[in-house]
Ligand binder design. Structure first.
Ligand code: ACO
Length: 466
C-alpha cells in the first residue's frame, strides 16, 4: 500500500489589491480639543499598516483652513502606492517577487521569465514564454540613427550618461508610444524597452572602447546576446563562457526589482504625468546613476583598491570603527537589518565565477573584510551585514567589465521592474499625477524693488573688452 501523502497547502489566492480597514486611530487636537477617528488600513496578509494621509485634512482649527498634512522628507515613512509586485521584510532578510522567494527564482528561473512574472503577476505558461522571448528577440535591433547619436559622445563619456540619453532618444523614434492607454502600444513599448536596453548598453561600452558596434545575434539567449554585443571581436559567432552567462542571468534576476527605491519612484513619478515609457525609464536611469543608489558596487572596488593588501584589513576596520570618514562599502542597508538575501546568492555565485578566473588578492581582501566585520561587535550591534553590492563589483570586474559600466548592468536588469511598476501605477485608479505638498518656510509677501541699474547687460561688449 502506498504511503499516504501529506495534504499539500492550497496555493494562496491571488491578492485582491484592496486595502482592509483593521481598526481606527483616535486623535485629539490639543488646539481645539476636538476628537477625530481615522481608519487604520492594511494591504494583504503581510501588508504594512497605515492610515490615509488625506484623512488628516479634516483636522483643522477653522473651516477655511487647509487642514493637517504630514511632513516626511525623503519619504522615510510614507507609502506612495499599493503594490503587489515585490515584498521585502528587512528584519527577516526576505525578498519575494510576486510571492516567489528570490532564492528560488535565482536558482531556477530565467531573467525573461522573471520579467514576465513581474509584469503579469503569474509565471508564464510555455506558450506565453515562447511568444514573449520571440517578441523580445525580434526587437533587439535599434534604428541606425542611434549609432550616429552615440558617436556624438566623447570617448570618455560616462556610460550612464550615454544610456540615459539614448533611452530618452528612443521616445522620438516611437512617437506612438505616448498612447499609453492603448494596450497594444503599451505592450510593444515594454517589449521594445526590454529588448533594446542590452543593445544600447553594449553600444555604449563599444563606443567608450573605440570598438565597432556589434549587432544583436538573435540565435542567442538574452544574456548570451548581451555578452556577444559587448565582447565579440572577429569571430563569426560568439561563444560566451557558460559560467558568466549563468552569473549574469542570476545578477539580472537579483536586480530586477526592489519595490519603491529611488529610481522606481522616479519612473512612477515621471510616468504619472502620462509621458511615454521611454521618457519615464530614462528618468529611472538618471536616478540610478547617482552614487547613493546604483553606484555602491563601484565604491566597493575602489575601497578594496585602497586597502591594497589583506594584511591591511584590520587597520582599515579600525579606521572605519574610529569614524574617520571611511565606511565599509557594501555593508549596511536602509531596509535590511539582517543579511541581504541577495548578498548570500551573490557570494555563492562569486565562488563559481572565481573558479574560472582564479582567486585574486582583491577577493582575498573582500573575504577578510567580511569575516572581520561579521565577528566585530561594532558591525554586529548596528546590524551591518553585507549587501548585494559587496560581491557584485568583484564578479563584474572578473568578467572584464570596466568599473563605471557596473551601474549600466544594473539598469538593464532594473528595466524589468521599472516597467512592471510603471504599468501597475497606470492601472491603479487611485493614482494621479505625483505632486507632493511642501511646507513653505520662505518670506511673506514683500514689494518688488529692483536692484538693477540696467536690464539687458550686453554680453557682446564684455567679450570685446577682453
Ligand atoms: N560602515 C560602517 N559603519 C556604518 C556603515 C558602514 N557601511 N553603515 C552604517 N554604519 C553605522 C553608522 O555610522 C551609524 O553608526 P552610529 O549609530 O554609531 O552613528 C549606524 O551604522 C547607522 O547608520 P545609518 O547611516 O543611520 O544607516 P542608514 O540605514 O541610513 O544607511 C546605508 C544605510 C546608506 C546603506 C549605509 O549602511 C551605508 O552607507 N553603507 C555603505 C554604502 C553601501 O554599501 N550602499 C549600498 C546599499 S545597497 C543598494 O543601494 C543596492
Amino acid at each position: 500500500m502506498a504511503n499516504a501523502q501529506p495534504a499539500l497547502d492550497a496555493p494562496p489566492s491571488p491578492p485582491s489589491g484592496e486595502l482592509q480597514a483593521t481598526g481606527t486611530l483616535d486623535i485629539k487636537d490639543s488646539r481645539t480639543s476636538k476628537n477625530y477617528s481615522v481608519q487604520i488600513i492594511q494591504g494583504g496578509v503581510e501588508g504594512d499598516t497605515a492610515t490615509r494621509a488625506m484623512d488628516l485634512r479634516q483636522i483643522k482649527t477653522a473651516p477655511d483652513e487647509f487642514g493637517l498634512m504630514t511632513y516626511d522628507p525623503a519619504f522615510m515613512n510614507t507609502a506612495s502606492c499599493k503594490s503587489a509586485i515585490t515584498f521585502i521584510d528587512g528584519d527577516r532578510g526576505i525578498l519575494r517577487y510576486r510571492g516567489y522567494p528570490i532564492e528560488q527564482l535565482a536558482e531556477k528561473a530565467t531573467f525573461l521569465e522573471v520579467a514576465w512574472l513581474l509584469r503579469h503577476g503569474e509565471l508564464p505558461t510555455q506558450s506565453e514564454y515562447d511568444q514573449w522571448v520571440r517578441n523580445i528577440t525580434f526587437h533587439t535591433y535599434v534604428h541606425e540613427n542611434i549609432k550616429t547619436f552615440l558617436q556624438g559622445f566623447r570617448y570618455d563619456a560616462h556610460p550612464m550618461s550615454m544610456l540615459c540619453s539614448t533611452v530618452a532618444a528612443l521616445s522620438s523614434f516611437y512617437p506612438e508610444a505616448k498612447n499609453i492607454h492603448d494596450p497594444e502600444q503599451r505592450d510593444i513599448s515594454i517589449v521594445r524597452l526590454l529588448a533594446k536596453l542590452p543593445t544600447l548598453a553594449a553600444f555604449c561600452y563599444r563606443h567608450i572602447k573605440g570598438l565597432p558596434f556589434i549587432y544583436p545575434d538573435n540565435d542567442l539567449s538574452y544574456t548570451e546576446n548581451f555578452l556577444s554585443m559587448v565582447a565579440r571581436m572577429s569571430e563569426p559567432k560568439y561563444e560566451a563562457n557558460p559560467v558568466f552567462v549563468k552569473a549574469l542571468e542570476v545578477l539580472f534576476i537579483l536586480h530586477a526589482d526592489h519595490e519603491q527605491n529611488c529610481s522606481t519612484n522616479a519612473v512612477r513619478a515621471v510616468g504619472s504625468s502620462h509621458v511615454d515609457p521611454f521618457s519615464a525609464v530614462a528618468a529611472g536611469v538618471a536616478a540610478l546613476y547617482g552614487p547613493l543608489h546604483g553606484g555602491a558596487n563601484e565604491q566597493v572596488l575602489r575601497m578594496i583598491n585602497e586597502i591594497g593588501h589583506p594584511k591591511n584589513v584590520p587597520a582599515f576596520i579600525n579606521e572605519v570603527k574610529g569614524g574617520k570618514g571611511s565606511r565599509l562599502m557594501g555593508f549596511g542597508h536602509r531596509v535590511y537589518k539582517s543579511y541581504d538575501p541577495r548578498a548570500k546568492i551573490v557570494k555563492a555565485l562569486a565562488d563559481d565565477v572565481f573558479k574560472q578566473v582564479s582567486m585574486d588578492k582583491d577577493l582575498e581582501i573582500a573575504l577578510k573584510l567580511e569575516e572581520a566585520a561579521l565577528s566585530d561587535d561594532y558591525f554586529v550591534s548596528r546590524k551591518l551585514y553585507p549587501n548585494v553590492d559587496f560581491y557584485t563589483g568583484l564578479i563584474y570586474r572578473s568578467m572584464a567589465f570596466p568599473t563605471d559600466f557596473f551601474t549600466v548592468l544594473f539598469a538593464v536588469a532594473r528595466t524589468a521592474g521599472w516597467l512592471a511598476q510603471w504599468e501597475e501605477m497606470l492601472n491603479d485608479k487611485e493614482q494621479k499625477i505625483a505632486r507632493p505638498r511642501q511646507i513653505y518656510v520662505g518670506y511673506g509677501e514683500r514689494p518688488y524693488e529692483s536692484q538693477l541699474k540696467t536690464r539687458f547687460p550686453s554680453a557682446k561688449k564684455d567679450v570685446l573688452r577682453k
